[in-house]
Design a protein. Structure first.
Length: 117
């Protein structure tokens, strides 16, 4: 069992930056690939970014490439999502997840990011 708690969301103006963090507890953090997903109001949840267990490989949705960076600190059991040049369409609840690349087994409760125009 892995527990995930996201933090760092908030209100920011378009063009601004936020850094989300996801703290993990429970089974060994280093076993899991980690991902960030988001769900905007009235829309389905979508993939944002993921990182392999060792941190050597990252994946991004096309709409965040060049703006968002995922990273992890295995010593701190934490994964981060640095978000730059935020746009109003980035407004969503952002969720952290842990699992394999094909199936995320554990999910946090999410943190709200609101980008004003």
């Amino acid at each position: 069992q892995v527990q995930l708690v996201e933090s760092g969301g908030g209100l920011v103006q378009a063009g601004g930056s936020l850094r989300l963090a996801c703290a993990a507890s429970g089974h060994s953090f280093t076993f899991y690939n980690m991902g960030w997903y988001r769900q905007a109001p009235g829309k389905e949840r979508e993939f944002v970014a993921s990182i392999t267990s060792g941190g050597g490989t990252t994946y991004y949705a096309n709409f965040v490439k060049g703006r968002f960076t995922i990273s992890r600190d295995n010593a701190k059991n934490t994964v981060y999502l640095q978000m730059n040049n935020l746009k109003p369409e980035d407004t969503a609840v952002y969720y952290c997840a842990a699992g394999s690349l094909s199936f995320m087994e554990y999910w946090g409760k999410g943190t709200l990011v609101t980008v004003s125009s």
